[in-house]
Design a protein around this ligand. Structure first.
Ligand code: ADP
Ligand code: MG
Length: 390
């Protein structure tokens, strides 16, 4: 059964009628532009063909009642209990319910109608692997409330509202990329987002190229502390460099050439961190013409260099991620491979000739297991459409 059918059938069973609507909202993976979002750089994510599906109808009462099939959990809340983060009975909302409730809260804050709804949802985006299951849930609910609320916002505006929910209601300090990619994805296209201006465009990904995602099964360790240290190092680099380069606001404003002229003024660790960022921003810019020409070989090389930089300069890799990347890069059909996301665990992303994707995935799993003793989860994906009402 597809998730479309499952959520529809379970809605029927729980609420005794067919759902009026169904939406799907995808997860995402980032191809290039890692650890540059908070440096005003460019990111190159794609929405993937794994998604959250939500079957829903408006409710006759003021209670929103939600069933999360993957968790076998259910919750009810009303607009009045939202700010207290409690359910309709006054108990604290469970963690998973903060995502849909947070979206309702953010929409209300923006003055948008959020009629009570009955909903059943399920997803095949793995949770907590760095493929943004959370953003896919948020974008599904933003679209559901848009459908029932009679208002219309652009996908980017819905993404910003989802980010607000996650930042201020769930309490997770995420950037805009996840919600943006889930909301704005396009079939067989990569997304190119300027994290400073939020201007974006799409770039073609040949459909004979598969996006293969390999989950090391290593859950991210130490992330928030190490993440904050990297951010602080980037800020420190800007502070020191601005003595010679007045007017720079972030590492985005420093070209690789200019950086090389001033690199010796930075402490060693700060220099390494900042070098990753300025070179990664340059790589993302170079990707535009390469993707325009369909030059997967050269684009793949940028991914390989990105991994080396994350490993050696930004130092956010771990041995399991390096192994997964090393094995991948040695296999036929692989254009490029790198860790994706914040690092310290999670997934790698691989660009692979679609014809060879099955063989590649099998060999990658076997090679990784032989080296590490762990069996990885591997997903062969395509770039997909963003959140949509079906
Ligand atoms: P990810 O990298 O997958 O976004 P997060 O930690 O940001 O990881 O978000 C995962 C959380 O999002 C889950 O713990 C859960 O609370 C919520 N979530 C994700 N998918 C689902 C789902 N299918 N059903 C219910 N809640 C979900
Ligand atoms: Mg998330």
């Amino acid at each position: 059964m597809t998730l479309h059918e499952t959520t529809t059938a379970q809605f029927q069973e729980r609420f005794g009628e067919a759902p009026a609507h169904i939406v799907r909202a995808p997860g995402r993976v980032n191809l290039l532009g890692e650890h540059v979002d908070y440096n005003d750089g460019f990111v190159l994510p794609a929405a993937i063909d794994r998604a959250t599906w939500l079957s829903f109808s408006s409710s006759d009462t003021d209670q929103t009642s939600l069933v999360a099939l993957d968790l076998a959990e259910e919750v009810s809340f009303t607009p009045k209990t939202l700010s207290a983060k409690t359910d309709a009975a006054g108990n604290p909302l469970p963690g998973w319910a903060l995502y849909p409730a947070g979206v309702m809260w953010a929409l209300q804050e923006a003055g948008l109608g959020t009629p009570a709804l009955k909903g059943v949802y399920a997803s095949n985006v793995p949770q907590g692997s760095g493929l943004s299951s959370s953003a896919s849930v948020e974008m599904a609910f933003a679209l559901a409330w848009q459908t029932l609320g009679g208002w219309q916002r652009s996908p980017m505006e819905r993404a910003l509202l989802g980010q607000k929910a996650e930042n201020h209601y769930v309490g997770v300090n995420c950037g805009i990329m996840d919600q943006f990619a889930s909301a704005c994805g396009e079939q067989d296209r990569l997304l190119y987002l300027d994290c400073r201006s939020l201007e974006w465009q799409t770039l073609p990904l040949p459909n004979d190229v598969a996006i293969v995602i390999a989950d090391t099964r290593m859950r991210r360790r130490l992330t928030s502390g190490e993440y904050n240290k990297r951010r602080a190092d980037c800020e420190e680099a800007v502070r020191i460099l601005s003595a010679k380069l007045p007017g720079i606001k972030s590492l985005r404003d420093v070209s690789v050439e200019t950086f090389n002229q001033h690199a010796s003024e930075l402490p060693e660790r700060v220099e390494k961190r900042a070098r990753h960022v300025v070179e990664e921003i340059e790589r993302s810019v170079r990707a535009i013409p390469l993707l325009g020409q369909g030059d997967m070989l050269e684009f793949g090389r940028l991914l390989n260099r990105c991994h080396a930089s994350l490993r050696d300069l930004y130092e956010v890799s771990i041995p399991e991620l390096d192994t997964m990347v090393d094995v991948a890069q040695s296999l036929a059909g692989c254009y490029g491979a790198r860790l994706t996301g914040a690092g310290f665990g999670g997934c790698t992303v691989n660009l692979v000739a679609r014809e060879q994707a099955d063989a590649f995935s099998g060999a990658l799993a076997a090679g990784y297991e032989e080296e590490t003793g762990f069996s990885p989860e591997i997903y062969i994906c395509s770039a997909s459409r963003g959140a949509e009402l079906i």
